[in-house]
Design a protein around this ligand. Sequence first.
Ligand SMILES: Cc1ncc(COP(=O)(O)O)c(C=O)c1O
Length: 388
Amino acid sequence: MTIEFVDLKRQFRPLQEEIMSRIEKVLGTMNLFLGENVYRLEEEFAAYCGVPHAIGVGSGTDALHLALRAVGVGPGDEVITVANTFFATVEAIALCGARPVFVDIDPASYTMDPSRVEVAITPRTKAILPVHLYGQPADMDPIVDISRKHGLAVVEDACQAHGAEYKGAKTGSLGDVAAFSFYYSKNLGAYGEGGMVVTKDREIATSVQMLRNHGGKERYHHAVMGVNARLDEIQAVALRVKLPHLDSWNASRRTWAEEYSRRLAGLEDVVTPVAQPYAKHVYHLYVIRAPDRDDLQKWLKRHDVSTGIHYPVPVHLQEACADLGYSPGSLPETEAAAREILSLPMFPELTVDEVAYVCQTIIGYARGRKGRRPRRSRSSAVREVVTR
Ligand SMILES: Cc1ncc(COP(=O)(O)O)c(C=O)c1O
């Protein structure tokens, strides 16, 4: 059995006719930017998140960048975030001319440890940027409390958490403003790039509307320095077809996560993910932890199971961040996780036989390993997947 990490073709087939006919209609009008589909998607996605405003943008990176700018982050400011995330979280801070300040994660959830935030605040701190990683919201109440106490903005990175909930409220409604990605492998994915900023705050919304479109509301009139970061109509029409399916797709992800966790329970040296009591986890990724992760990944590959590592090098140790002054040991929980995490195949259209096969393969590895001397792999794990 061959199991892809994410098989997007299975989701496309049943929707193909509807998506293609709607795309043809859009092409028939040649109204390709900021048209009916973008505006309708904005309304539909805002309603889905439980907030009044949503602004379609070119990518999750654009969404983060423009959300940060809209809350006033600029050169010389500091933004507190985590290093266990996709690089774009931090790129967005740097694009504003601001400096990322990293705090360690809670190893139980892999998200920002709120108990470490307050000591990281300086007079330059402007915002806190928690990441709802792998589909699980960060522990938002203490983060929001700290932000209110210190007059800071909270920008949610919800790029991996469409439809996830914190104490019954949807991601996107938990801070001052939030960023979503519609990169094609996300829980709600376009057929290319796309993103959305969502917010309860009208001023922030108006600011992002201008920033995404060269800094102006009216053609050839530019109030501020903006960027070209518009969501296009073709992506928007596809996303409008997909949005009504998001909850049932998330429900399937949760079913497969439960199935994995049940089958892998009790396995020595394999730690399965734990949904926190406050969270409705939507399993963008199903991430286990194993001390000999690289060997396990090779074993799975030999048995035709594709896996991923999200992420092998924490952001604070990336070459591009060398001048920020962090070094190995700066964020022990983040670094330990990066050495041991492994993402198993996860997408709504998996089958029970496929999940069973992945689990049997892992169980087979664990049994065999007891009789072998542990091998340290010489090369780092190969990233085989197209996810971000
Ligand atoms: C946590 C996180 N933040 C930001 C991004 C950036 O989104 P995009 O790839 O759409 O620019 C991604 C993924 O793509 C992500 O996973």
